[in-house]
Design a protein around this ligand. Structure first.
Ligand code: 13P
Length: 241
């Protein structure tokens, strides 16, 4: 059975005080949320500890936005899987296009991070997706298939979430047509050995388009950036019809 997972990716937003303010407005809006939906917040490293304490006993799961492949070592600025699991982190975003674009993340390092996350019991959310140029050149499929082929070497597909995030749709307000997202996600699934992997769509998801996105047969959830920063808009998204 494919699980529905709605995850917020806060990126580099919110101090601890702002994170707690968010929770005050958000958790009270989850009383009617169907039980079979998993809700995840992927927050900056500095918010993890306080969020873990504040979320104790709630149904919201905690996620980080990256993880290093070694358990410890001389890797200034990095965070390891045991550091995350110690504070109750369950999910981690790996290979987000912003990491690939701005921080030199490659398919090889993405693969190492995925395996390290899994070996410590974290569930990685692997992000894949094409640029506008690749889409216009008809390379959407070949690019994503290449990412999957390299990223998933030796990765356990029983403990994996994939997010299809077309780069041109991220933070632009320009959502991918839901039927087109559904088509690409079906193609992604055709490359997997486990048909039950949860595959999310990400890119300008908002309260206004979540119902249509979640009505698609292949889409099992959403990875939400900007619209996860406000309690009311993220609550509307997790409470989609
Ligand atoms: P937006 O929802 O702000 O477009 O961001 C999507 C994203 O990158 C989530 O990881």
């Amino acid at each position: 059975m494919r699980k529905v997972i709605i995850a917020g990716n806060w990126k580099m937003f919110k101090t601890q005080a702002e994170a707690q303010e968010f929770l005050k407005g958000f958790v009270t809006q989850l009383e009617e949320t169907p039980e079979d939906r998993e809700i995840v917040l992927c927050v900056p490293f500095t918010d993890l500890d306080i969020m873990s304490k504040s979320l104790h006993g709630s149904r919201v799961r905690l996620g980080a936005q990256n993880v290093h492949w070694e358990e410890s070592g001389a890797y200034t600025g990095e965070i390891s899987a045991p550091m995350l699991t110690e504070i109750g982190v369950r999910f981690v975003v790996v290979g987000h296009s912003e990491r690939r674009q701005y921080f030199g993340e490659t398919d090889e390092t993405v693969n190492l991070r995925l395996k390290a996350a899994q070996s410590h019991g974290l569930t990685p959310i692997l992000c894949v997706g094409e640029t506008k140029e690749q889409r216009d050149a008809g390379q959407t499929e070949s690019h994503i298939f290449s990412q999957l082929e390299k990223d998933l070497v030796g990765v356990d597909q029983d403990n994996l979430v994939i997010a299809y995030e077309p780069i041109w749709a991220i933070g632009t307000g320009d959502t991918c047509e839901s039927k087109e997202a559904n088509r690409v996600i079906r193609l992604i699934r055709s490359q997997l050995t486990n048909p039950d992997v949860t595959i999310q769509y990400g890119g300008s998801v908002k309260p206004e388009n979540i119902d249509e996105i979640m009505a698609q047969t292949e889409i099992d959830g959403a990875l939400v950036g900007g619209a996860s920063l406000q309690p009311d808009s993220f609550a509307k998204i997790v409470n989609y019809k």
